[in-house]
Design a protein around this ligand. Structure first.
Ligand code: GDP
Ligand code: ZN
Length: 300
């Protein structure tokens, strides 16, 4: 398993526990132009060894799942799909209840990306030490019907960290979420001594962080890993397809078991729409439907 990727070098963890530093075999590189799009953390690979701690990646196994981002490609207006992590079993979407204020639209974007990738998700509401029980419940209430696991945590007080650890156990997880919500702090709480950089209060802006391009899987124990790569944290939806979008909201699925009045219903404003009547009935929270409409505008 590839546990670290940095400028063309990959650290591969072998089944016997040894770690081997590898490059990509030239033959593989010819298929695509850059190593980063071919191999990523979480990939299962076959290597040949040059000596005890050096080798080359010969074969990349097909991925169970993939989280990718849009990256600038060669030429003008060209976009490449850049895989950020492979074979992730769980996406933990981290949202803060306050500081920065809870933002449902943002949380929903991350949830949709994970659903689109076919990866189970959990919601981690962080900074619960700063909020009242009422604020926490108001933030989480719209998600009760999604079936997503929900955790309330604090990287400061330690609240919920044991539950988070139990949820992660035995899986390869990725933490995603808006900047400043506490992803690095949670990782530091889970893996004392990992010393991930955290932003000082008020400095978690859009620019000026993430100077490194190291991607790695951090071990919680021998069976549990958390992906840490800057691009992954700020995952955004792209390549979203409008016809798939309603199915990426779990609570839309029951009303969609029967057809809306119009076969081509977009579930935004049409009469006789079963999704809209579920909103009126209170089965789909308005904030979730608002997020759907926003994402529909971006999708194609
Ligand atoms: P990231 O951008 O998601 O990785 O967020 P960071 O881990 O860098 O945290 C952003 C800021 O929020 C830092 O100043 C942290 O100290 C602070 N922070 C993170 N988690 C908590 C928490 O649970 N409670 C409180 N009060 N502050 C937190
Ligand atoms: Zn409809």
């Amino acid at each position: 398993m590839v546990i670290r990727a940095e400028s063309g070098f990959f650290t591969v963890l072998l089944d016997d526990g040894r770690q081997v530093r590898c490059r990509l075999r030239g033959r593989l590189l010819k298929e695509r132009t850059d190593a980063a799009s071919l191999v990523t953390i979480g990939d299962r690979v076959t290597i040949s060894t040059i000596d005890a701690d050096e080798g080359s990646i010969e074969v990349v196994q097909p991925r169970r799942s993939e989280l990718a981002r849009r990256a600038a490609g060669p030429g003008r207006n060209r976009w490449l799909r850049q895989p950020l992590a492979a074979n992730i079993d769980l996406v933990v979407v981290v949202a803060s209840v306050v500081e920065p204020a809870f933002n449902a639209a943002r949380l929903d974007r991350f949830l949709v990306v994970a659903e689109d990738a076919g990866i189970p998700v959990a919601i981690c509401l962080n900074k619960c030490d700063l909020a009242s029980a009422e604020e926490i419940e108001t933030a989480l209430a719209p998600y009760h019907r999604t079936g997503y696991a929900q955790l309330c945590t604090s990287a400061v007080s330690g609240q919920g960290i044991d539950e988070l650890r139990a949820l992660l156990h035995g899986r390869i997880a990725a933490f995603v979420g808006a900047s400043g919500t506490g992803k690095s702090s949670l990782l530091n709480a889970l893996i004392p001594g990992s010393r991930l950089r955290t932003a000082a209060v008020g400095q978690a802006g859009r620019h000026g962080r993430h100077t490194t391009t190291v991607s790695q899987l951090l071990a919680l124990d021998t069976a549990t890993w958390v992906a840490d790569t800057p691009g992954l944290r700020e995952l955004s939806p792209w390549e979203l397809q409008r016809d798939r979008l309603p199915w990426l909201f779990p609570e839309f699925r029951p009303p969609l078991e029967l057809p809306c009045r119009f076969p081509a219903c977009s579930h935004r404003h049409e009469p006789g729409c079963r999704v809209l009547s579920a909103v009126v009935d209170g089965c789909i929270p308005e904030s979730r439907h608002n997020s759907y409409v926003k994402l529909w505008d971006e999708a194609r």
